[in-house]
Design a protein around this ligand. Structure first.
Ligand code: ZN
Length: 268
């Protein structure tokens, strides 16, 4: 608005009263909900998003949209699929922005669950409909992701670009915490809607940027994939690709390692 006023020859005068106050170190938490499995309660489908946000805006697209998506998926499943075969966990992580601390904390505390994870579906790059999924370096991901996606209506999947087996994500968002522990975890990558150069980590990351049609499509897609993953007669394979050799060093690249969360979010 100011830009347009100046363009039209008006000279606005601004008085800005900005106040802030350091509150010292404050605790951060994971918010975790569970729908217990009825046949294979020791196997898990994990719905993942992060609840914290960068300051400036309100974090509507990073990661409010991922958070409300997973909450809505949970509501639908609880209502229509109250007795899933496998246990469904919804993890809304804290302190993602300081280095995936919430999800790393969960993985660290639940190492026994990791070999029994059927799938992790993570959403964390804006409001857009799901546009790409990679196999994250799990050799057989094509088989089971393909099986689960095939149950989703074509109008929701026709524009999803898939890459298999892909390469293990080493960071960027919470799926990486699980991949490091060998659990088949997947980023459901969103169509950009100028996320990277407009709302991401800026004061423009506010409610008005949410594209609810896309968010609703994602809810439907994820609810169906979760149902399929939970019902699948087979346990998903977590067999890893043979990591490629780095031509400069001659050494094979390494699978990402499990990292302990920094309990003080980067503060000492
Ligand atoms: Zn984020």
């Amino acid at each position: 608005q100011l830009y347009r006023m100046i363009q039209h020859g008006k000279t606005p005068k601004l008085k800005i009263n900005a106040q802030s106050k350091g509150k010292g170190t404050v605790p951060t938490f994971n918010t975790v909900a569970v729908i217990k499995g009825s046949e294979k309660p020791e196997e898990y489908v994990i719905l993942s998003a992060h609840l914290d946000s960068w300051d400036g805006g309100t974090g509507a697209t990073d990661n409010g949209t991922g958070t409300i998506t997973m909450m809505e998926v949970a509501r639908i499943l609880k209502k229509n699929y109250p007795n899933p075969k496998r246990t469904i966990v919804v993890g809304l992580w804290g302190s993602e922005e300081q280095g995936l601390n919430g999800s790393r904390g969960y993985v660290w505390a639940h190492q026994d669950q990791m070999p029994n994870v059927q799938a992790v579906f993570n959403q964390d790059n804006g409001t857009g409909r799901i546009a790409n999924i990679t196999g994250q370096g799990f050799v057989h991901s094509y088989d089971y992701i393909g099986r689960w996606l095939s149950a989703v209506p074509n109008e929701l999947t026709k524009d999803i670009k898939t890459t298999f087996p892909g390469f293990p994500g080493g960071g960027g968002s919470d799926h990486a915490s699980f991949i490091a522990a060998g659990a088949p975890a997947f980023m459901l990558g969103s169509l950009s809607w100028s996320y990277g150069n407009y709302t991401w980590h800026t004061n423009r990351d506010t409610y008005d940027k949410i594209v609810f049609d896309d968010v609703k499509s994602n809810v439907a897609t994820i609810a169906i994939m979760t149902y399929m993953a939970s019902e699948d007669p087979e346990k998903s394979s977590s067999e890893r690709i043979k990591m490629p050799v780095n031509p400069r060093t001659g050494e094979p690249a390494k699978w990402p390692e499990v990292k302990e969360p920094t309990r003080k979010g980067g503060l000492d």
